[in-house]
Design a protein around this ligand. Structure first.
Ligand code: ASP
Length: 459
């Protein structure tokens, strides 16, 4: 048999194991199916009624299933999965950022790099919210929603001010910052520490070597933990669908689908356009390689917990060198929330329409500005978008109680917008890397899994 025939045969043979993405997808759909089945049977009662049974007679069965399954086994699996992702975040940011800074051949590059990343993050967020506001003004999702003001209650939470956010970026105690997972503080400390190592000559080099070895170990840890993903995703999604139920969407259908629509436009039109025009990269390759990170984000609703996977995607799949990714990914996870901004844009217009309040052009500009800046100070965890929305609504004197109207579907939207948030982090990482000459295009265009590992360039 010739070599060619041999290769052909190997290619046409079924792969022995399913890819991780397929396993995660199966976990996600099974989770959604079980959650919905439970919801429609017991919470909603439709399935029992279909069989002529009275849901009231089955409350005992429901409570057993709920406490054993959704509040028992699945709760444990979901919590362990999310914890295992979160536990790597601080060591990963610290170690990879120190490595990245040590690897910078020219430390004066740091300022330009930072400026570019922050600029792009803020710009894409401002674009996102502007599209969202414009789309909502055209579609008018809140025009036929009638609000009973007396019945709407929502307790507003405090959102941090911009001044406080800037002050808070600087840690007084790095160990405390790490223990509390204060990402911006960890980033600032890691940059300073990395700079000091880079400037410490031979001794510094010894420490830098240790950090590089540590970086390899942490990357390995991320890979190991990713094997838990299909089970974790199954448990997370099952729990969400067991409580949310789809009837929450019925009343505010227009709002729900408008947010989803704008999220898709941003991910599939705006990002590809930026990638194509500024970085001259093929957006289809980019989107294909985003799938694992997007699925993690979708099921965890947390860009923070997804960060290890986002980092892996940026470096190993897209070829962004560690000097760039170690900085842009953690930064993006913290300050870049385009998906969240889109929800806020649509929600603000929706609430204004539902409460019959006319907003002026200046108000809309305020909305864009406040939402963009507030995204800097809020961490990527589930539900944070609503806290930021409070700030935006207050800025233009809209009733914060309006949030009660949309809270029912927010969990589902949170999943989708978090996927957009992490896609934005990777997109900006690619653009910054490409313009800095730090993107390995061979890795970017290599077939997944078949690529030479980018970690060799990481060092
Ligand atoms: N869950 C989002 C994130 O982690 C934030 C939000 O929109 O609530 O990126």
């Amino acid at each position: 048999m010739t070599d060619e025939m041999n290769q052909e045969l190997t290619r046409s043979m079924p792969k022995p194991t399913m890819s991780l993405t397929v396993k995660i997808l199966i976990g996600m759909f099974l989770g959604a199916a079980i959650g919905l089945l439970y919801n429609l049977t017991f919470e909603h009662g439709a399935i029992l009624q279909m069989f002529g049974a009275d849901p009231a007679n089955y409350t005992n069965v429901q409570s057993v299933i709920n406490s054993a399954l959704f509040e028992g086994i699945l709760k444990i699996i979901a919590a362990v999965f999310v914890a295992s992702l979160k536990l790597i975040v601080v060591p990963l940011v610290f170690v990879s950022l120190v490595c990245g800074i040590c690897g910078l051949t020219d430390t004066s590059k740091l300022g330009r790099l930072g400026g570019k990343a922050v600029g792009l993050y803020l710009l894409t967020t401002a674009v996102a919210i502007s599209i969202a506001v414009a789309a909502a003004l055209v579609v008018m999702p809140g025009a036929d929603v009638h609000v009973d003001v007396a019945k709407t209650t929502f307790a507003a939470k405090e959102a941090p001010s911009l001044v406080q956010t800037i002050i808070d970026m600087f840690p007084t105690n790095p160990v405390k910052a790490m223990a509390e997972g204060k990402m911006l503080q960890v980033i600032v400390f890691s940059i300073l520490f990395g700079l000091a190592i880079a400037l410490s000559g031979e001794r510094g080099q010894r420490i830098a070597n240790i950090f590089e070895d540590l970086n390899e170990v942490i990357i390995k840890l991320v890979r190991i933990l990713m094997y838990l993903a299909p089970y974790g995703v199954f448990a997370l999604v099952a729990r969400v669908f067991s409580t949310v139920g789809l009837d929450a969407i019925a009343g505010i259908m227009k709002y729900f689908f408008l947010v989803i629509g704008v999220l898709f436009v941003h991910a599939f039109v705006v990002y590809p356009t930026i990638l194509k025009t500024i970085a001259k990269l093929n957006p289809l390759v980019f989107l294909m390689k985003m799938k694992d990170a997007a699925l993690f984000a979708f099921s965890t609703s947390s860009s923070g917990a997804t960060m290890p996977v986002t980092m892996e995607t940026a470096t190993e799949k897209m070829g962004v060198r560690n000097t760039i990714a170690s900085f842009t990914v953690p930064l993006g996870t913290t300050i870049n929330m385009d998906g969240t901004a889109i929800m806020q844009g649509v929600a603000t217009v929706f609430i204004a329409q539902a409460f019959n309040v006319d907003l002026t052009l200046t108000d809309y500009l305020m909305v864009v500005l406040t939402a963009t800046l507030s995204s800097v100070g809020t961490a990527g965890v589930p539900g944070v978008g609503l806290i930021m929305l409070t700030m935006v609504l207050q800025q233009v004197n809209l009733p914060v109680e309006g949030i009660a109207l949309i809270i029912g579907v927010d969990r589902l939207l949170d999943m989708t917008r978090t996927a957009v948030n992490v896609t934005g982090d990777c997109m900006v990482s690619c653009v910054v890397a490409k313009t800095e000459g730090e993107l390995d295009e061979e890795v970017f265009y290599a077939a997944e899994n078949g690529s030479s590992s980018a970690k060799t360039q990481a060092s």
